[in-house]
Design a protein around this ligand. Structure first.
Ligand SMILES: Cc1cc2nc3c(=O)[nH]c(=O)nc-3n(C[C@H](O)[C@H](O)[C@H](O)COP(=O)(O)OP(=O)(O)OC[C@H]3O[C@@H](n4cnc5c(N)ncnc54)[C@H](O)[C@@H]3O)c2cc1C
Length: 296
């Protein structure tokens, strides 16, 4: 198996994932594969079909709660897909490009349209998959086209008009399987200084309201359709500071769980469950998770 996987990219074996997820959950994977070319991704999918391999793609690991045991299959990282090319008012970015980096890079090209994404620590692939959103602008609002490899090893360029999306979801999330290689964003001409100012203001806003100095994966729950936001419901229940071992409900932002040092995936899941059940018991609201449990 190892030799065949080596033909699909740079291969690492028995790798710690601690630095590859923003909760800093200390877990491992049997194989970590970094494909370098589209052909290697296609070859990987042929191997997946031939050998019935289990796999999943990890972006920056900023929206996932990983399991504590060693992942027995192959985790694919698109971190070799980092090209950024400009065509007039469009930018094509590889799936491994960080969206917060891209939101600043476009400014140097006199373009605007990704300021909203400047505080999101995710990759282009992860943001398309989950339709990342901030300040009421979502990835699909500026997405024009996505290039993917399907599980049948087919390369497809899909117009965003042919994809479904919604609040923190997309066709890729509802029908998982494809590997996103790159995304084309439709931007517009902008004013560098104004955009930079907006990014700075928003950074300061996040820094004052979010526990950015601790490992987390952003907001835990979506806001329900009730009049109170998730953080308000959780605060009302006096759950700020609630701990399960090193997993703690942030005192700064009640809809964040932070890792105080050695929180496991199980600690974080248990705390999420506890919050969910308390909100359901008291308010009869079934909070929906914004983060994704990666079970294996
Ligand atoms: C401090 C903080 C603030 C945040 N603020 C926001 C915010 O304002 N708005 C927001 O929407 N989110 C926010 N998030 C959450 C997170 O950053 C986003 O959801 C982001 O889009 C996740 O991208 P990722 O690359 O980390 O994806 P990951 O967490 O690595 O993966 C998420 C999912 O996408 C899939 N995936 C990733 N790349 C690919 C690919 N190339 N092909 C196919 N599938 C893929 C994975 O398999 C997984 O199912 C925040 C997180 C943190 C830690």
């Amino acid at each position: 198996m190892k030799q065949e996987l080596e033909k699909c990219g740079i291969l690492e074996e028995n790798v710690s994932l601690k630095k590859l997820n923003t909760y800093r959950i200390d877990t491992k994977t049997k194989y970590l594969l970094h494909p370098r070319t589209v052909e290697e991704v296609q070859r990987f999918f042929r191997l997946v079909q031939e050998k019935n391999l289990s796999y999943f793609v990890l972006g920056n690991g900023s929206n996932v709660v990983l399991s504590d045991t060693t992942y027995p299959g192959v985790i694919v990282k698109l971190d070799q897909f980092k090209s950024i090319t400009y065509h007039d008012e469009q930018v094509v970015a590889g799936a491994g490009v960080m969206i917060n980096f891209l939101s600043r890079d476009i400014l140097a090209h006199g373009l605007s349209g990704l300021e909203w994404a400047s505080g999101i620590p995710g990759t282009v692939g992860g943001c398309v998959f989950g339709n990342a959103e901030a300040y009421k602008v979502s990835t699909f609002d500026v997405l024009k086209e996505v290039m993917v490899v399907t599980p049948d090893s087919e390369i497809l360029s899909i117009s965003s008009d042919d994809l479904e999306y919604g609040y923190r979801t997309s066709s890729f999330k509802t029908h998982p399987g494809c590997i996103i290689l790159s995304a084309t964003f439709q931007l517009k001409k902008g004013n560098k200084e104004e955009s930079f100012q907006l990014i700075k203001e928003r950074f300061l806003r996040r820094a004052s309201s979010q526990p950015l100095d601790y490992p987390s994966a952003g907001s835990v729950f979506r806001n329900p359709s009730s009049s109170l936001a998730s953080w308000q419901l959780i605060s009302e229940l006096q759950l700020k500071g609630k701990r399960i071992n090193d997993a703690m409900v942030s005192v700064k932002h009640a809809n964040f769980i932070i890792n105080l040092g050695n929180a496991t995936g199980k600690d974080i899941r248990s705390l999420i469950q506890l919050i969910h059940d308390e909100v359901e018991r008291v308010y009869h609201i079934d909070l929906i998770l914004e983060q994704e449990f990666k079970d294996w």
